[in-house]
Design a protein around this ligand. Structure first.
Ligand code: DSN
Length: 435
């Protein structure tokens, strides 16, 4: 009896929920910019017997016996992630234990800062991350958080203004990185600003880690003291976090992860991270990342042709935020109508949004997941058409049902996991969309 059948027999309710989630994945267009589909190999490792092992500490320095095999997994994960980003292990150190991006950021802050120190990060409302100083997050409660936004005209980072804010607030740490910013981030400029005010620089590259690995977005490592990331967005691994730092900070970072902010590491997830880092070293991964950008650019252009306003006028990366005010629909209502039609994305604030955060004037769209499915600009044009039809007549249930049928048909042509399709769709990403 295989593992799935055992679960069905023992716990049909959970087995059914998992099966329904699989069906949702297969039949929904996923445009959530921070999600992706992990490979069967990644999921095999994360569902493995390594879930059982307590391994507080680090390879060969554990507080528990019997860690010889999980040590292999953690050593491979640490070595592979440095190799993936072309980093010399004598100069850089990786910690692959953070359970999530938030945990990675918490550990990094507590390694570099004392409670009450000042940090300067991107405002959540302008496209920043929750853990970069939002007032009701730990980062805004333990630290004095100042924030920068985007230029009101260009809707891009204004490095002169960030410098001015850094001079005003004198932060001990400046944080670069965003969750809803569609333009290249200039890490060199951030380093110059940090140096000008004597601050440390942390880069949270969670959204763009896959793009950085494939060298389609500039890398932050030579400029940042510490780089944090998640492993499940463009990087397409299991859910989780990681930290890469200059070798001189290795001890401080390791101590801050365990015992500072975490206990036993999730060794099954660390094994799965190692698998994902191996996958990301394959030539097909570079082409996949290039295809994500090609698809995002095609999507932005198609929306602009239909009269939509993209925040900052377009995208250089895997995502975009659309300002829906001229379409007379809120982000919340757009999200609700689109999900009825089988299209999944999230409402999102636009810069200086007049609407409340649970309503919003915009939506955020990303191409990592549909590109994993094998979509090309041809399918992207169809997706934009479907979205436009929904947003033009969001109360029309008959139309939403009709679009849902078309979404279902499109999804069936590009299955994610069924019939070994993951192998097919990833190998289809071997083909450059620009060629
Ligand atoms: N919550 C994640 C996102 O969707 O971007 C990271 O902040």
């Amino acid at each position: 009896m295989d593992r799935t059948q055992k679960l069905i027999n023992f716990d049909p309710e959970i087995a059914q929920a998992i099966n329904q989630e699989l069906n949702r994945i297969e039949s929904t267009l996923n445009l959530i910019a921070s999600e992706n589909y992990a490979s069967p190999a990644v999921m095999e490792a994360s569902g493995s017997v390594m879930t059982n092992k307590y391994a507080e500490g680090y390879p060969k320095k554990r507080y528990y016996g019997g860690c010889q095999y999980v040590d292999v997994a953690e050593d491979l994960a640490r070595d592979r992630v440095l190799k993936l980003f072309d980093l010399n292990p004598e100069q850089y150190h990786a910690n692959v234990q953070p359970h999530s991006g938030a945990q990675a950021n918490m550990a990094a802050f507590f390694a570099l800062l004392e409670p009450g120190d000042t940090i300067l990060g991107m405002d959540l409302a302008a496209g920043g991350h929750l853990t970069h100083g939002y007032k009701i997050n730990f980062s805004g409660k333990f630290f004095k958080a100042a924030s920068y936004g985007v230029d009101p005209v260009t809707e891009r980072l204004n490095y002169d203004e960030i410098l001015r804010l850094a001079q005003e607030h004198k932060p001990k740490l400046i944080i670069a990185g965003a969750s809803a910013y569609s333009r290249v981030i200039d890490f060199k400029k951030f380093k110059e600003i940090a140096d000008a005010v004597g601050a440390l620089l942390m880069v949270d590259m969670a959204h763009i880690a896959g793009l950085v690995a494939a060298k389609v977005h500039p890398a932050p490592f030579e400029y940042a003291d510490v780089v944090t990331s998640t492993t499940h967005k463009t990087l397409r691994g299991p859910r989780g976090g990681l930290i890469i730092c200059k070798a001189s900070l290795a001890q401080a970072i390791d101590k801050s992860v365990m015992p500072g902010t975490q206990g036993g590491p999730l060794m099954h997830h660390i094994a799965a991270k190692a698998v994902a880092f191996k996958e990301a070293q394959d030539a097909s991964f570079t082409i996949y990342q290039q295809n994500i950008i090609t698809n995002a650019a095609a999507m932005a252009e198609a929306f602009i042709r239909k009269g939509y306003r993209i925040v900052s006028g377009g995208t250089d990366n895997h995502l975009m935020v659309i300002d829906l005010r001229s379409k007379n629909i809120s982000g919340k209502d757009a999200e609700l109508a689109l999900i009825k039609a089988g299209i999944c994305l999230n409402k999102n604030c636009i810069p200086n949004d007049p609407a409340k955060p649970l309503i919003t004037s915009g939506i955020r769209l990303g191409t990592p997941a549909i590109t994993t499915r094998g979509f090309t600009p041809k399918e992207v044009a169809i997706v934009v058409d479907l979205i436009d039809r929904v947003l033009t007549d969001p109360q029309n249930d008959e139309l939403l049902e009709k679009v849902k049928v078309e979404v279902d048909g499109l999804c069936k042509l590009f299955p994610v996991y069924t019939h070994n399709s993951f192998v097919t769709s990833t190998s289809s990403s071997l083909k450059s969309l620009e060629g």
